[in-house]
Write a protein that binds this ligand. Structure first.
Ligand code: SF4
Length: 330
């Protein structure tokens, strides 16, 4: 049986885990191609207009796997931390896709529910039961698959903490990579903040990562910091956030600004994203407090290349002037 994983949303966080787990259960795994014009327009055509662009792209990726796989893997990721939630879109994703599955002639959906809100240990049983019910895999084999998948995910996360970016390691992502880098003394440390599916989808963000590196930025991304450090840093706000992925973003800016790790921050957020629009206010406040220049880039399916390039050029030039002035004073 061939199972398709759409290359969008949590693909950018958990691909090593999901791919290994499914492969260890004896399934063939196929991912959809990099986002392209066709994929995004398919998604935009079928999705509700009010949805954020990565969810729209997700529909397109499901459509790109039609005729290539026997089932689509669309998990319902409710919670990945105790007493916290993910974005509501992840809770409803299987229902949203199922609502148009017949119309789009999508293959059947595999939708395990992953919810660690009450008890983190439940996660293990949720996946074991999924393997047993969907594929008739025995408990011991499912446990072994789970352990191998966990190992693959922790190796991936260790590499991120050691300075790699998801683009360096996820398959077929090299198109997004830069070919030229500025000399080290000419680089500005820019914290690139946002959800990995927004930052690393080169088509949606007009190759933002590669462009910034070509403009001489040394990029710092949230994935380069250990998850527990981010979670701890995220508590430095008046009211605790209960969306895990927003906490990671908040933790990253708190950690960077508190330890003087960046010269400036670019925050990439999707138009119509509820959680991001709330966290944006806290991020702006934090940047102001620490006098760190911040630029917010709101993306949607209409984002144009020219506007983006002009804005990031102006931002990186400003950072360079600031750095040169500070060096002259010192
Ligand atoms: S967090 Fe925002 S960008 Fe991400 S899926 Fe939810 S609404 Fe969309």
């Amino acid at each position: 049986m061939r199972v398709g994983i759409p290359r969008s949303l949590l693909y950018y966080k958990y691909l090593p885990f999901w791919k290994t787990f499914l492969a260890e259960l004896g399934l063939e795994v196929e991912t959809s191609p990099l986002t392209n014009k066709q994929i995004l327009s398919w998604g935009v055509e079928v999705a509700e207009n009010e949805l954020c662009v990565p969810v729209k792209a997700f529909y397109g990726h499901c459509m790109a796997l039609r005729g290539k796989v026997d089932a689509l893997f669309v998990p319902r990721v409710v919670s990945v931390e105790e007493r916290e939630y993910t974005c509501p879109k992840f809770l409803g994703l299987p229902d949203m896709v199922a609502a148009v599955a017949d119309q789009l002639e999508l293959p059947p959906l595999l939708t395990p529910k992953l919810n660690q809100r009450e008890k983190p240990s439940e996660f293990k049983w949720q996946l074991i039961n999924f393997a047993r019910e969907e594929f008739g895999v025995g408990i011991m084999d499912a446990v072994a698959a789970l352990e191998t998948a966990r190992l693959a995910q922790s190796r991936y996360q260790e590499s991120l903490v050691n300075g790699h970016k998801p683009l360096d390691m996820l398959p077929a992502s090299r198109l997004n990579r830069t070919r030229w880098k500025a000399p080290k003394d000419k680089r500005k440390r820019i914290g690139l903040l946002g959800h990995p599916y927004n930052i690393y989808d080169g088509y949606i963000t007009q190759n933002l990562v590669a462009r910034l590196e070509e403009m001489g930025a040394e990029l710092v991304v949230p994935e380069m910091t250990d998850h527990h450090v981010l979670m701890q840093a995220a508590t430095d706000v008046p009211k605790q956030l209960y969306w895990t992925y927003e906490k990671e973003i908040m933790g990253a800016i708190n950690h960077w600004t508190g330890n003087n790790l960046v010269d400036g921050v670019i925050y990439v957020l999707a138009f119509a994203c509820g959680p991001d629009s709330l966290v944006q206010v806290l991020i702006e406040h934090r940047a102001r407090m620490h006098k760190v220049p911040l630029m917010s880039l709101t993306i949607d399916e209409h984002s144009g290349e020219a506007g983006l390039v002009t804005r990031i050029e102006a931002f990186t030039d400003m950072l360079m002037r600031k750095k040169t002035k500070a060096e002259a004073v010192a």
